[in-house]
Ligand binder design. Sequence first.
Ligand code: ATP
Length: 447
Amino acid sequence: MMAPERSATMEEISALAKRRGFVFPSSEVYGGIAGLYDYGPLGAQLKSNVRQAWWREMVLARQDVVPFESSIIMHPLVWKASGHVDVFVDQFIDCRHCKHRFRADHLQSFEQCPNCGMRGTLTEPRDFNLMLRTNVGPLEDSASLAYLRPETAQGIFVNFKNIYQTARKKPPFGVAQIGKAFRNEITPGNFTFRMREFDQMELEFFVPHDGRDLDWYREWVAARKAWYSRYGVRPEKLRFHELSPDERPHYAQACTDVEYEFPWGWGELESIAHRGTYDLDAHMRLSGKDLTFFDEATKSKYTPILIESSAGLDRTTLVVLVDAYAREKTVDANGKDAERVVLRFHPAIAPVNVAVFSLARNKPELVERARRIEAELRSAGMRTQYDEGNIGQLYRRQDEIGTPHCVTVDYDTLEDATVTVRDRDSMAQERVASDALAAYFEERLPT
Ligand code: ATP
């Protein structure tokens, strides 16, 4: 019944995201601001579900990972030690003719402007530090200069000792954090792929020098692969690119980039790296403080080796949206050719997992019954939505926001206490006793 799908363009996906309330340009009434976005009611829930899915697996399901949250503004020397003050730099090039700005590493050639086509109009590359600056305290001088963190990881490194001592953990163990990061990207774009304010989900896993560090690295690559596949990301769109020694930072013994094939091409979502002792060493050198691990058993200290998984929450949310999007040919209730847009979210990720409808707006007995069912399912822990009216239109809207199941209360419900349950993907419908609905969905809606 369903024709093969064609792949969607980013314009179609971002138009749907706007129309249905997933993502809006930030401060749109003032014309927006480049690289900044707001999440609408459905987008905020979608992003929260992705965050929860990561947190559940990376923190709650493990006895060897503890949660953490550091401040966004930290001591400026943190960024000196990490290298961000000196080398967190991109080079940019402007076209003198059309004023378009490019990242130097995004240009194939320096001859001709890829935007306006003019030759010889590009400037020399210029360095640009990507950290956003602010001042802490009432005086705006160099002594009060501070940075909005460009990554969450450093908060974990400088707290390593506080964390292991208070959590009473011993390597191998990890620390996880989700939070905002800021980068003054030269060319933000591709919708929410490259933003100037975004959330990261980072895991820093500290391991001893017992020869198993590369095994831990491989275990984390496998765990992250399993995570994406659990939430149904199409395997042909996802690749795990193992970096060659030339491609990876000098201190990294191994590094894998997780990439997704977006409508514009492959883009990085996450990076998993064996970082040696580089980060803790750097903070020990500059702060003069001891950040080694003291092993009570052997009465000796060492700097643990770090395995890092650093993923973008907004990029992962974008992947979930792009990956779920499908436009397909179908037939309507009258047997006519029709087309529908459907977001095939995994049920644990879908912003709404059950929609409950009353067949008619003006029939109090139907409305009251449907509202009661919706309230019961909500109190059983489901993310529900109530609606009423033309069932065809209601299905269309729920397909477009990716709701896995719809429940319709109709006149038969008043006679036999059954409702119609419709499945988003197969569009199959079945009658289910209304008092058995909570159990029915509990079985079908995994967390
Ligand atoms: P890119 O090469 O795309 O600029 P990066 O290699 O600098 O990314 P990392 O420093 O490894 O990125 O950051 C880890 C993760 O944080 C990335 O894989 C991505 O998911 C996310 N991230 C980084 N920059 C941005 C951004 N500007 N907008 C949204 N997410 C980002």
